[in-house]
Write a protein that binds this ligand. Structure first.
Ligand SMILES: NC(=O)c1ccc[n+]([C@@H]2O[C@H](COP(=O)([O-])OP(=O)(O)OC[C@H]3O[C@@H](n4cnc5c(N)ncnc54)[C@H](O)[C@@H]3O)[C@@H](O)[C@H]2O)c1
Length: 272
């Protein structure tokens, strides 16, 4: 979408972190924004902050594991702001731990939020856009962990690799309908996903955890990520990366490891 001013965006997980960063960047860019989040307290806290940027904002409680609730939320938003043309399926949780320690309920929970949340939002919005003959753009939040793998990340990686794959396929399926698709693959962003057990207002404990987190030095600001997303929508960029320094080699190394299997299994015939 080259022109987004005056268009309506829907952002899940929009009351904190990256989703909130997208909402701020979009509002500053003249986009009308509806944020949805499972956390009422966060919605109440950030709505007035967003309203300082623009009046064209709505904050609605919605759990992305509930298909009917998503449809109802979209109806409510569209009644107030108009047809949604930008949909950011961003809500996610970050559970880590060894594969063998995750029980079935934990697997189901992370798949339901991180993967099915993206599927539910994407299906509902793409069908609405197609029915109305409107152009649009869908942004699915994956992670750099949707491109690489690592110890203690089986469940998270499963959801994020699936989000990358789905987004690449959606992009092909929706192209004829003038619906662009992007998949956001950040490395480290300064958000509460790393401290789910801490209260948002417990600034001291959060600062302490950040000091101890060796990855925190790479953390980007959520609003900067939101600005990258808006640019990617304008440029119809499929893969949105947020860092050109640390992550390119991570991805290259993973694919080198994968493709090295060909050389072992199908060696070049020796010159005779
Ligand atoms: N922070 C990072 O470094 C990082 C890196 C890569 C990818 N991501 C991804 O970015 C997305 C946003 O994460 P974040 O870092 O901003 O985390 P965050 O915890 O700061 O924000 C996520 C928001 O999603 C909401 N949410 C959780 N479950 C929900 C549900 N079922 N329905 C509706 N809302 C729900 C939470 O209440 C929260 O406000 C996630 O998909 C995450 O996996 C984050």
């Amino acid at each position: 979408m080259e022109e987004t001013v005056g268009k309506v965006a829907f952002v899940t997980g929009g009351a904190n972190g990256i989703g909130l960063g997208m909402a701020q960047a979009f509002l500053e860019g003249g986009v009308k924004v509806a944020i949805a989040d499972i956390r009422e307290d966060r919605l109440r806290r950030v709505e007035p902050q967003l309203r300082e940027i623009s009046d064209d904002v709505l904050a609605i409680r919605c759990d992305v594991v509930d298909t009917d609730a998503i449809a109802r939320t979209l109806d409510q938003i569209e009644a107030k702001l108009g047809p949604i043309q930008i949909c950011c399926n961003n809500a996610g949780i970050g559970l880590g731990g060894p594969f063998q320690t995750f029980d079935e309920a934990t697997w189901k929970r992370i798949l339901d939020v991180n993967l099915w949340g993206v599927i539910r939002g994407g299906r509902e919005i793409s069908n609405r856009l197609i029915e109305r003959g409107l152009e649009g753009h869908i942004v699915n939040t994956a992670s750099i962990m949707g491109m690489i793998t690592g110890r203690g990340s089986a469940a998270y990686c499963a959801t994020k690799h699936a989000v990358v794959a789905i987004s690449e396929c959606m992009s092909e399926d929706l192209k004829p309908h003038r619906i662009g698709v992007s998949v956001l693959c950040p490395f480290i962003v300064d958000t509460s996903i790393f401290y789910p057990d801490l209260d948002d207002d417990d600034h001291e404990a959060i600062a302490e955890r950040k000091k101890k987190n060796p990855l925190h030095k790479f953390a980007l600001g959520p609003k900067y990520v939101g600005e990258l997303v808006l640019r990617a929508i304008h440029e119809n960029e499929l893969h949105i990366f947020c860092d050109g320094k640390e992550t390119p080699d991570m991805i290259k190394n993973r694919f080198d490891r994968v493709t090295s299997a060909f050389a072992r299994q199908f060696p070049e015939p020796a010159d005779t």
